[in-house]
Design a protein around this ligand. Structure first.
Ligand code: URA
Length: 440
């Protein structure tokens, strides 16, 4: 088999055979296919696409390229969730203990973020002492004993994706729906859960800018999961404004704690309840409507908060932050950004909010940048709210006063004002279910 023949055929929109895709993934992971040939194939895929069958073969090959987590020692239906990534997305911090408190085990491997804000692992590490890197036995033991563990992705899970993603990142080949679908699903399949809920973000702060692209990606991932024997659901959620009011790491943990205490912003709580409903329903706890009520009760009763406390303690963290969540960001200097004019906030550019928070120290500019857990933003005003000139728009937290001016400018530019009250944008655009996972 010659790589040049595969590139040539894909360039002309031809289809690759199963053994060719498996050859490419195997040999690229082993280092015998050079980056320039892999990049040429990736670019051809970006231009001419892949069929569902090709994408499923690629996903399977990538999922089998390294370790596959065996969750069979944990009783019950194990449910995982994945977000395609957005600004202020702290849903995992809420969902993992929430779903576990409803009796469904959550064994979740999460990543760090690059750019914008940190990933779930960075957020959890804002909790003093919290360990995200656990050996496989400890990870499984925690899930067996308390029903939940959220850990960093181990070194050898889907190594093909790790290598391919690094190459895509520097060759402008990230934004291909089949490549994103294969990348996300290979990690989810390797992580071992029987049921997977996807939170596909759509809008200015997401990979997918339009509802049509988000729906296409969601459908593709649901089909791949189904083909690999997983129960699947995908929820397409709005990412035109940051989710909740906090963007950063420690400050997002504080906001997640507020939701777990039955408070917190409505948009964040509502999206979490919708995602929890799908997770519980895939675990056969009832219809999504019934499961949403079960999850709501777990927030109101304090059961979800108690589960989060158990999770923090089991992973070596300081659970006293539950009583003083502001300790997670109060070490940073606080600045205020006020509104430059009267008006309604017509829209926000979520990506710019993410960039502002990165400038404050909450995200990574390069792979090796060090995150400041206390840095971040509290948005006093968001899309759909009115403001008077001089009123507080946001509070910024940073230990990098030299970056403050640029961060303020970036954040100010993310707001678009208007004289008219803007129309309400839905939080959830669509829910895509695989028919076999429908509750009956
Ligand atoms: N997230 C992933 O894990 N992979 C992609 O290709 C894009 C987003």
């Amino acid at each position: 088999m010659r790589m040049i023949d595969l590139i040539e055929r894909k360039k002309r929109a031809g289809q690759l055979r199963e053994e060719e895709i498996r050859y490419f993934i195997r040999e690229f992971t082993a280092g015998t296919i050079p980056d320039y040939q892999a990049a040429a194939l990736l670019m051809a895929i970006c231009f001419t696409g892949m069929t569902e069958q090709e994408t499923a073969w690629m996903t399977d090959a990538m999922a089998r390229s390294g370790d596959q987590v065996d969750l069979s020692s944990v009783p019950g239906v194990k449910v995982d969730k994945h977000s395609t990534g957005g600004v202020g997305d702290k849903t995992t911090l809420i969902l993992a203990p929430l779903v576990a408190s409803c009796g469904v085990p959550v064994a979740k491997m999460s990543g760090r973020g690059l750019g914008h804000t940190g990933g779930t692992v960075d957020k959890l590490e804002a909790i003093p002492g919290f360990r995200t890197f656990l050996d496989r036995e400890t990870f499984l033991k925690n899930v067996r004993e308390i029903g939940v563990c959220v850990a960093g992705q181990s070194g050898n899970l889907a190594p093909a994706d790790k290598k391919l993603y690094a190459l895509r990142d520097v060759t402008a080949t990230v934004d291909s729906i089949p490549l994103i679908a294969a990348s996300v699903m290979s990690k989810k399949i390797a992580a071992g859960a029987q049921a997977i809920v996807l939170d596909v973000k759509c809008g200015s702060g997401a990979f997918m800018k339009t509802a049509q692209d988000a729906s296409c990606l969601a459908r593709e991932m649901v089909k791949i999961g189904q083909a690999c024997g997983r129960r699947m659901a995908a929820v397409i959620t709005n990412m035109d404004a940051p989710l909740g009011r906090c963007v950063g790491n420690g400050i997002e943990v504080a906001e997640a704690i507020a939701v777990l205490k039955g408070n917190g912003p409505d948009d964040l709580r509502s999206v979490c309840l919708d995602l929890a409903a799908q997770m519980l329903s895939l675990a056969r706890k009832g219809s999504p409507e019934e499961c949403r009520l079960i999850a709501q009760k777990a927030l109101e009763s304090g059961a979800a908060l108690e589960k989060f406390e158990q999770m923090i303690i089991a992973q070596g963290g300081d659970a006293s932050i539950l009583n003083r969540p502001q300790a997670l960001y109060e070490k940073a200097l606080e600045y205020e950004l006020s509104a430059p004019q009267d008006g309604w906030i017509q829209r926000m550019d979520a990506e710019s909010c993410g960039r502002a928070s990165m400038l404050l120290g909450a995200g990574r500019e390069t792979k090796d940048s060090v995150i400041d857990p206390a840095a971040g933003i509290f948005l006093c005003k968001k899309t759909g709210e009115s403001v008077r000139k001089g009123e507080l728009l946001a509070r910024l937290y940073t230990n990098r006063p030299d970056q403050l001016e640029q961060a303020c400018e970036t954040l100010r530019e993310s707001y678009v004002f208007s004289a008219e009250k803007p129309a309400k944008i839905p939080l959830i655009y669509d829910v895509i279910l695989d028919k076999s996972s429908l509750f009956s």
